[in-house]
Design a binder for this molecule. Structure first.
Ligand SMILES: [Zn+2]
Length: 243
């Protein structure tokens, strides 16, 4: 996966110097967590600066991303959500390549913060194991546990939601869309808005503009936290002639 919008070196530098505002810092950490390419650039810059001369290697973005509202779901983890990210698509200039729907499909994975288990059944244990792998950025390992958790407890919206996100991160938009549909099918849950959002992203990655519009239209009706980005995406689709 190569980065659609590489982070500006000055921004990375400011981050290393601790000069970013909390919102900017969270957004950068969410990006770097999801983007091996930018993570590598950040680490290179860090090494160059000799910032790691003292103390063990630190990867703040692994657990530090998005300290937004935490949703305690009683599942043994606390989820925290990054602030709505800006539309990631590059602005096509006069010399830009032809518009590619998939360029609107980039996204920042939702942040999470694994927490010590307080008990629970096998489904909860598998979910927690999956989220630990997710925390490490090991989408493939996370999928095994999250899919098992889904089979054990089909009433939980969280496991298929994160399984869907992992499929997208692993490059399988088809499977991602199917897993996210299971969360959407559960109706009014804390995951509905985000499941629809990532479903729209999945459809964009599949270059299915009509299906993306359907998910985005539902999101627009919900008018939640992602509303500004949803409106921007709908405008982009409309200007690309997808109605
Ligand atoms: Zn990147």
């Amino acid at each position: 996966m190569s980065c659609a919008e590489p982070l500006d070196p000055d921004l990375l530098e400011s981050y290393l110097l601790g000069r970013l505002a909390p919102d900017q810092r969270d957004e950068l950490e969410a990006h770097v967590f999801a983007c091996p390419e930018c993570a590598e650039r950040l680490e290179g810059l860090e090494a160059l600066r000799g910032a790691l001369a003292a103390g063990p290697r630190r990867r703040p973005w692994v657990l530090g991303a998005g300290a937004a509202a935490a949703l305690a779901l009683g599942l043994g983890i606390t989820l925290s959500w990054p602030p709505a990210s800006p539309v990631d698509a590059p602005d096509p200039g006069p010399t830009a390549a032809p518009f590619d729907l998939a360029s609107l499909g980039t996204f920042e994975p939702p942040a999470y913060e694994p927490r010590r288990l307080r008990g629970g059944g096998e489904a909860e244990r598998r979910f927690a194991a999956g989220m630990e792998a997710y925390a490490r950025g090991d989408w493939v390992a996370a999928l095994t546990d999250l899919e098992q958790a889904t089979r054990l407890d089909a009433s939980s919206p969280a496991a298929p939601f994160f399984a869907g996100v992992c499929h997208l991160l692993a490059g399988d938009a088809e499977a991602g869309s199917a897993a996210l549909a299971a969360t959407v099918a559960l109706g009014e849950t804390p995951y509905l808005e985000d499941a629809l959002y990532f479903q729209a992203k999945a459809q964009l990655l599949r270059r299915d503009g009509a299906a993306a519009r359907t998910a985005l239209a539902r999101l627009e009706a919900i008018d939640g936290e992602r509303a500004p980005e949803v409106r921007a995406l709908l405008e982009r689709l409309a200007s690309a002639g997808i109605d």
